[in-house]
Design a binder for this molecule. Structure first.
Ligand code: ZN
Length: 214
């Protein structure tokens, strides 16, 4: 409680704009279900290995997998999920992380194009909540991990097509390795979540105190 209060004071002193620093997000994943968000799925999937958590593996069981899928509006996939899907989905996670860590836009696009080609993903319109959603069905890989990979990869390709490569980022609060997509208007996001923003603000405050000899 005392630590929490101290952080609140630090926030006030530094006048940190948290909405900018975290892109308006206070958590690493969306809590409220909504329409399918393939980009959110890609982010949540990568962040399901979180070195700041103990243990880092957050995709530890079937319940966690279903919760992750539902969190970005992919309940239809969650309903299909079985215990045996955990391992393959974790492998897909590693491939999607490589995209976030790619040195540039071209490399990221090449990786995503290769992934979609390998899945032989075919576009198909699905009826969801009185609206049409363009899905990409992995005809070359019928398992759940294939569907997760197809949605996450095509979501990221669409983001890049729309000029969003520079919205993809790695959390600046080392040693955190989580990723984010910056949805803030002025593209000022630097951290994956509020917790990391708080941690860095606290560290900066301590450095200032040491520097000023107080
Ligand atoms: Zn972080």
């Amino acid at each position: 409680m005392g630590g929490h209060l101290l952080i609140q004071v630090v926030i006030f002193v530094l006048n940190v704009d948290y909405d900018d620093a975290t892109g308006g997000s206070v958590t690493k994943s969306r809590e409220v279900p909504g329409p399918p968000d393939p980009i959110g799925l890609a982010v949540d999937l990568v962040n399901s290995w979180d070195v700041m958590a103990h243990p880092p593996e957050l995709l530890r069981d079937l319940t966690a997998l279903r919760r992750l899928l539902a969190g970005s509006g992919h309940d239809d996939l969650g309903g299909r999920a079985r215990q045996g899907d955990l391992g393959p989905v974790r492998e897909v996670r590693a491939g999607i992380r490589e995209v976030f860590e790619a040195p540039g836009e071209r490399e990221a696009v090449r990786g995503l194009n290769d992934m979609v080609a390998g899945l032989r993903a075919v576009p198909r319109l699905l009826r969801r909540d009185r609206t049409w959603v363009l899905d990409h069905v992995p005809t070359g890989r019928p398992d759940l991990a294939g569907a997760v990979a197809a949605r996450a990869a095509t979501g990221l390709l669409e983001l890049i097509r729309d000029g969003g490569w520079d919205r993809i980022g790695l959390c600046a609060a080392a040693p955190c390795c989580c990723v984010y997509v910056d949805r803030s208007k002025n593209r000022s996001r630097r951290y994956c979540c509020q917790l990391c923003a708080d941690r860095m603000a606290h560290a900066a405050y301590r450095r200032r105190r040491v520097g000023s000899g107080r």
